[in-house]
Design a protein around this ligand. Structure first.
Ligand code: GAR
Length: 187
């Protein structure tokens, strides 16, 4: 099978990056992670990219034309899909239009509920019965776009922000790869 070149965008720990790299070792997994883009020079995920010898680009989102610079790197590396894995910056409408290919994001809630930040805190405050994670197509609007995969679990009375995060992320490690498989099964 000819794998598609993927770029993973990160800002933090990179545990989803690590998981996708592991899955991509599988011959039948549809993508190869060719590039990592990170907007945080202190991100722990940088170590994961380095350890796996993945080409890495740190971007300064405060610099002018940073999205143009990213687009150039994406083109040079023949990237077919961008996977946002904890990338905490909104991509502009013009960036998405110019890239013109697939861009997906994982979010730690059952979208369209709880878009944005401080997700676990808000879920607990709202006394939700269930939570989970969602992979969706990226648009210029925050955590919006067509839903590709979503999975849920019941919240227990003793759950707190730490346990919810752990449970949600464990689910993310299943849902993100599944969504990628689903995308390439449908074309
Ligand atoms: C993930 O839980 C992801 O769902 C969340 O950031 C975390 C990154 O963890 N993304 C968002 O909140 C986007 N709105 P990781 O760096 O360990 O993969």
């Amino acid at each position: 099978m000819v794998k598609k070149n993927a770029c993973v965008f990160i800002s933090g720990t990179g545990s989803n990056l690590k998981n996708l790299l592991k899955r991509a070792r599988d011959y039948s997994f549809p993508i190869k992670i060719k590039l990592v883009i990170c907007n945080n020079k202190k991100a722990l995920g940088l170590k994961i990219a380095k350890k796996n010898s993945i080409r890495l680009h740190l971007v300064d989102t405060k610099s002018r034309n940073f999205e143009k610079k990213i687009l150039k790197i994406l083109r040079e590396n023949n990237i077919s899909i961008i996977c946002l894995a904890g990338y905490m910056k909104i991509l502009s409408k013009s960036f998405l239009k110019e890239f013109g290919k697939k861009v997906i994001n994982i979010h730690p809630s059952l979208l369209p509920k709880f878009k944005g930040l401080n997700t676990f805190q808000r879920i607990l405050k709202n006394r939700e019965v269930m939570t989970g994670c969602t992979v969706h197509a990226v648009t210029e609007n925050l955590d919006a776009g067509k839903i590709i995969s979503k999975k849920s679990f019941y919240i227990k009375p003793k759950d707190n922000e730490i346990s919810l995060k752990r449970k949600t992320q464990n689910l993310e490690y299943k849902v993100f790869p599944e969504a990628i498989i689903k995308i390439y099964r449908n074309i």
